[in-house]
Design a protein. Structure first.
Length: 283
């Protein structure tokens, strides 16, 4: 079902862009970039999310050489705490707005922290470096923007080439939830209003869930409208739904012979109650 998306003040997209679930599906498309275009909104939305930061900082501290390659670094929500703990981080992201905001943040950090962080604007499937890392991470659903199995394999094989012989690849994904996949796509779920941290505009917010069971794509259509009705726009967030045994098979094809599933950034094995599935792969 086509949805007309109007341009928000920070989205660099045509105001007449027609998008639908059927037109989404490639890494780099509007459904994988739009949610990250407004960095102030992103910060506001995830400011309370700390458990994954603590987890990845602890993982980095456990590295013998304190060097990490991070895919999907965004504007540094996890990177900066890792660097502050003494880790050198090579960062990769496809979102230019997020990287621009990260560069702004870097300029405000002490020189000792800045020298530990290097930024690369690149597609995670194509990024290449001669360096090898004992830890590679892809936090906060980064791999859910790999919409086809061959894209996931291409990425995972490239990750393996960047690992040291005893290295680990650690990433997390939202475990597919039947309730999210079975929503009526025409039903809008309202959430509390929010005030944009930069413009001061007050928005009413609602979202729809639409799932394609063949491609295993879940799109969250996020609808924003000002209280006076003067402005409204819709932003899609597209996530591939990877089921645990599917991940196990894909990672085996990529050459990872051992892996573990952890629950919600803890040391507990994943279970039916898991929300965020943490996957630890061994080279």
């Amino acid at each position: 079902m086509p949805r007309r998306v109007r341009q928000s003040p920070k989205l660099q997209q045509p105001a007449t862009l027609e998008i639908s679930l059927e037109s989404l599906g490639r890494a780099g498309d509007f459904g994988s970039l739009a949610h990250y275009a407004d960095t102030a909104y992103y910060d506001l939305t995830y400011r309370q999310r700390r458990h994954d930061i603590d987890y990845y900082v602890a993982q980095a501290r456990g590295c013998s050489d304190r060097r990490v390659l991070e895919y999907g670094c965004g504007n540094g929500r996890i990177t900066v705490p890792m660097a502050q703990s003494g880790t050198t981080v090579t960062c990769v992201d496809l979102s230019k707005p997020m990287l621009n905001d990260f560069e702004r943040r870097l300029a405000q950090l002490p020189a000792a922290i800045r020298t530990r962080i290097s930024l690369h604007h690149a597609d995670m499937r194509a990024f290449s470096t001669n360096e090898r890392f004992s830890l590679i991470i892809a936090p906060f659903n980064t791999v859910l923007h790999l919409y086809e199995p061959d894209e996931f394999l291409e990425f995972a094989r490239r990750v393996k080439t960047h690992l040291t012989p005893a290295g680990r690849f650690v990433f997390d994904v939202s475990l597919p939830q039947p309730a999210d996949l079975s929503h009526d796509p025409s039903e809008s779920l309202k959430s509390p209003d929010f005030t944009h941290p930069e413009t001061g505009e007050v928005f009413e917010y609602a979202e729809r869930f639409e799932y394609d069971p063949i491609r295993q794509l879940l799109v969250v259509w996020m609808h924003f409208a000002t209280k006076d009705g003067s402005s409204a726009f819709t932003i899609p967030l597209t996530h591939r739904q990877y089921f645990p045994q599917e991940l196990r098979g894909l990672l085996a094809c990529a050459g990872f012979t051992r892996l573990r599933f952890w629950s919600d950034f803890t040391e507990e094995a994943a279970s039916s109650h898991t929300d965020s599935l943490v996957v630890e792969c061994f080279a």
